[in-house]
Design a protein around this ligand. Structure first.
Ligand SMILES: CC(C)(COP(=O)(O)OP(=O)(O)OC[C@H]1O[C@@H](n2cnc3c(N)ncnc32)[C@H](O)[C@@H]1OP(=O)(O)O)[C@@H](O)C(=O)NCCC(=O)NCCS
Length: 173
């Protein structure tokens, strides 16, 4: 039986191994990875798929800012073990992760990925909104989703890691 649960502290190594198995060097060397630099996964909304006590799927969210400091989440990596693909696990992770994020008051999610995978969850191209990346690479693959009505209105600018929030969290820990 499959369980979709919040990522636990002990899952970190299995999550990182699965992400690397699925995405190779792009987990550490890509615009998505650079958007995570200096930050930690956002607690309460990162999800894992567990089957027979084995971690077979991961979905993480990271803190970013867009433009003049508007807070948002970056989604990813989304990865399912190669032997377990095509069974609906990524759909379950996406649904639960996005529902939790919305329930906790997060308003905007971006990701770098294929529209063919993410349009079904409501993501759309970010570039026509004027939401961009620091460099040219992957700009056309940047997707955005509003979790609250009007969250994208008037919003434009570059997506960057929210290192200020990360530093504040470290100070208060
Ligand atoms: C992409 C990935 C996460 C899909 O996981 P999965 O568990 O096999 O997907 P699901 O079985 O939950 O499929 C959900 C839906 O996505 C569709 N889908 C799955 N992979 C797809 C792909 N590569 N392209 C387009 N659609 C895809 C399925 O057809 C299904 O459609 P439906 O809702 O109309 O039935 C998985 O193949 C994977 O880990 N790939 C390697 C890592 C990766 O590429 N991650 C995404 C980075 S952009």
């Amino acid at each position: 039986m499959i369980s979709i649960i919040e990522e636990r502290p002990g899952d970190q190594q299995a999550v990182e191994t699965l992400a690397r198995l699925s995405l190779g060097n792009r987990t550490t060397d890509s615009p998505a990875a650079r958007m995570r630099a200096g930050t930690r996964p956002v607690p309460g909304i990162c999800m894992v798929a567990i089957e027979n006590d084995v971690l077979v799927g991961t979905l993480r969210f990271w803190p970013i800012t867009i433009g003049y400091g508007t807070k948002a989440l970056q989604l990813g990596p989304l990865a399912i073990h190669p032997d377990q693909r095509g069974r609906g696990f990524s759909r379950l992770l996406m649904r639960q992760g996005l529902e939790r994020a919305q329930a906790l008051g997060h308003r905007i999610v971006v990701l770098i990925g294929d529209a063919a995978i993410y349009a079904r969850y409501g993501f759309e191209a970010a570039l026509p909104h004027g939401i961009t990346l620091p460099g040219e690479e992957d700009r056309n693959r940047l997707q955005v989703l509003a979790l609250a009505p009007g969250a994208l209105e008037g919003l434009h600018g570059v997506c960057l890691p929210d290192t200020v929030a990360a530093a504040n969290k470290r100070r208060s820990a």
